[in-house]
Ligand binder design. Structure first.
Ligand SMILES: NC(=O)c1ccc[n+]([C@@H]2O[C@H](COP(=O)([O-])OP(=O)(O)OC[C@H]3O[C@@H](n4cnc5c(N)ncnc54)[C@H](OP(=O)(O)O)[C@@H]3O)[C@@H](O)[C@H]2O)c1
Length: 271
């Protein structure tokens, strides 16, 4: 028999997961709770999907394997208050909400309910993200496998044992896509500074970053080996790389500072 799931919040992230689950064929039914009726054609037309606009409208839920929490963090209190009283049994609770700790969720559920907190990133919306998970006490290997299977709909899945590391994960992979978008902006501006028209510079920067990302994705070589293959001795790229790898004012100290700042902020928001 396949899985029975409840998805609380079917926006960008929840919708991406639901599409992946339905495509996997491992699902018997998905109950979606969201104020908006799903309009994604894959979700809207699938006979395994049931939709209600709010948790208060849920009645006979039946046995659930997992409840996936994918509403915005600021909506979580209201959404959980409405949902928690409707749940029976001990389904796996899987949250992808940024900044909401396992301790935050605990009072809403029975002590025996297994909780997994996960931190995805934006490319999850196209199935190419990376999600890092941490488990509460009582989460078994079978629960971990279920969480991994469910989150694989959004891309790669990693686990950490210490919840404090989620702040570091938030700073690296959570915010990472924004750093790459900022790189595209900076490359565009630098291209204009050496004489390219802004539109052309923007297209070149965008496609270059996308292509390099895809190459890293497909290649088994390390990033440094790939970098070295582009840098011929005495060539032009090496000149730029020398500037970027200056120990005092190259990328490393800046990126280290940026990610440390994000980690500090994640920690402050979570406490
Ligand atoms: N997007 C990212 O890059 C990213 C990265 C890491 C983690 N996350 C986490 O993923 C979660 C979902 O983010 P998202 O970007 O998918 O948000 P989203 O697109 O806004 O989706 C959330 C959905 O939940 C609905 N909703 C609001 N209140 C609800 C309630 N009481 N019950 C049920 N559904 C309700 C929203 O409807 P309305 O639009 O009407 O409010 C919306 O359709 C967040 O907790 C976020 O922290 C997102």
């Amino acid at each position: 028999m396949g899985l029975a799931l409840l998805l609380l919040g079917c926006g960008k992230m929840g919708g991406a997961m639901a599409r992946g689950w339905l495509a996997s064929g491992a699902i018997d039914r998905v109950m979606i709770v969201d104020p908006h009726r799903p309009n994604d054609p894959v979700i809207a037309t699938d006979s395994r999907v049931f939709w209600v606009s709010e948790a208060a409208a849920l009645d006979e839920l039946g046995a659930l394997d997992a409840v996936v929490l994918a509403v915005k963090p600021q909506m979580m209190d209201v959404a959980l208050t409405a949902l928690a009283s409707k749940l029976t049994g001990t389904p796996l609770i899987l949250s992808i909400a940024a900044g909401k700790t396992i301790a935050y969720f605990r009072p809403y559920f029975a002590a025996t309910v297994p909780l997994v907190r996960a931190m995805p990133n934006l490319p999850a919306a196209i199935g190419r993200g990376v999600t890092v998970c941490v488990a509460s006490d009582g989460v078994t290997a079978a629960h971990q496998k279920l969480a991994t299977d469910l989150l694989s709909a959004c891309g790669a899945v990693e686990w950490v044992e210490d919840e404090k590391l989620i702040d570091a994960v938030t700073a690296l992979s959570g915010g990472g896509p924004a750093y790459v978008f900022a790189l595209i902006e900076a490359m565009t501006e630098a291209g204009v500074a050496v004489g390219l028209a802004p539109d052309l510079a923007s297209r070149l920067a965008r496609v270059t970053v996308a292509g390099a990302g895809e190459l890293v994705h497909q290649s088994e070589l390390s990033a440094s080996t790939l970098r070295e293959t582009v840098c011929s001795p005495g060539g032009t790229t090496l000149e730029a790389i020398k500037v970027l790898m200056e120990p005092d004012d190259g990328w490393q100290p800046i990126i280290t500072r940026a990610i440390a700042a994000a980690a500090r902020r994640a920690q402050a928001l979570g406490s």
